[in-house]
Design a protein around this ligand. Structure first.
Ligand SMILES: Nc1nc2c(ncn2[C@@H]2O[C@H](COP(=O)(O)OP(=O)(O)OP(=O)(O)O)[C@@H](O)[C@H]2O)c(=O)[nH]1
Ligand SMILES: [Mg+2]
Length: 291
């Protein structure tokens, strides 16, 4: 099956699940609360008033508490019900379960919830904790859940685990930043590593310099210095950039070792500025001359 028809298949599967569920839990990555949202599916849920949408902002263990709190406030202010969670540290997972159960009226005997979101956000991990023992396969690689899985959490509650779906038109930089693809599956790991350095520098220019203690002017220079520092050379003595790129990508995608997250203050400044810019588009009624 081609990659695009597989993607279409996953897409249809997720749509069907949303259609058949009372509660939809969108799992996002707490490091990237705007970038890791599956807006297309959110809109699908919001169009149907009988369905409840929650966002589980997962992996909060990778982000300082005040940043998590700020993002929670921002999303809540925008009308979204947010529950910050960590499947790794089992934070707020019972709160999540109770919210799901309380979201529907008492007259519902069975509750069907489905977990949706981009690959690698922790959908299967969260469901496993709710279930109490491992049943949804989890892996440190994106794209792991490949088919629908239904899990009976309690006699009343059933949860569907869905495969992560990658939104269209995401840049290579965002795809590697969000860890949507396995590093070995990238057609060109060197380009992937450059894109990751570039994207992280856009979000926070100090992070890579401080973490790796490497000074660089450009992503290619970083990768060369990284390969040198990790002693990655081919037999002839030349730097082995391919291997270095894979190691660097893995440290981010599989091991989450780079402390990077979207800055909520920057988001607020941009949002307020966009709002001001937009308000210039309107004119006072008094300014409108009658023709
Ligand atoms: N640090 C941290 N890692 C987490 C957390 N939850 C999940 N992970 C890790 O993230 C990776 C992906 O977890 P999965 O549960 O397989 O993610 P998924 O959303 O089901 O992924 P797909 O099936 O690919 O869509 C695994 O390495 C998990 O161990 C968390 O709360 N904190
Ligand atoms: Mg999964």
């Amino acid at each position: 099956m081609s990659a695009s028809s597989k993607k279409r298949d996953f897409d249809t599967m997720v749509r069907r699940m949303i259609h058949g569920s009372d509660v939809i839990v969108e799992v996002i990555d707490a490091r990237f609360p705007t970038l890791s949202r599956a807006k297309k599916f959110e809109n699908l849920v919001l169009r149907n008033r009988s369905k409840q949408l929650f966002i589980a902002m997962n992996k909060v263990d990778l982000v300082p508490d005040p940043i998590v709190q700020k993002w929670k406030d921002i999303l809540q202010e925008e009308g979204i019900k947010v529950i910050p969670t960590s499947a790794r540290e089992r934070l707020s997972t019972s709160i999540l379960r109770n919210k799901i159960i309380r979201a529907v009226g008492k007259d519902f005997f069975y509750i069907t919830a489905c977990f949706i979101g981009l690959p690698n956000t922790g959908k299967s991990s969260l469901i496993n904790i709710l279930k109490g023992r491992s049943s949804a396969p989890v892996a440190p690689v994106p794209g792991f859940t490949r088919a629908l899985q239904v899990l009976r959490i309690t006699t009343r509650l059933r949860i569907y685990d869905t495969p992560g779906v990658i939104p269209k038109q995401l840049s290579l930089g965002d795809q590697v930043l969000l860890g949507l693809k396995r590093s070995e599956k990238l057609p060109d790991p060197i380009k992937g590593a450059w894109a990751l350095v570039h994207r992280i520098d856009e979000i926070n220019p100090d992070v890579i310099r401080e973490k790796y203690e490497i000074e660089y002017e450009s992503p290619p220079e970083f990768l060369e210095k990284f390969a040198e520092k990790r002693h990655r050379r081919m037999k002839g003595g030349e730097l082995d950039l391919d291997t270095a790129a894979l190691i660097f990508l893995n440290e981010h995608i599989n091991k989450a070792k780079i402390p990077v997250w979207e800055d909520p203050d920057l988001y607020l400044r941009k949002r307020d500025k966009d709002f001001e810019d937009d308000s210039d588009d309107y004119i006072d009624e008094e300014e409108v001359e009658e023709i």
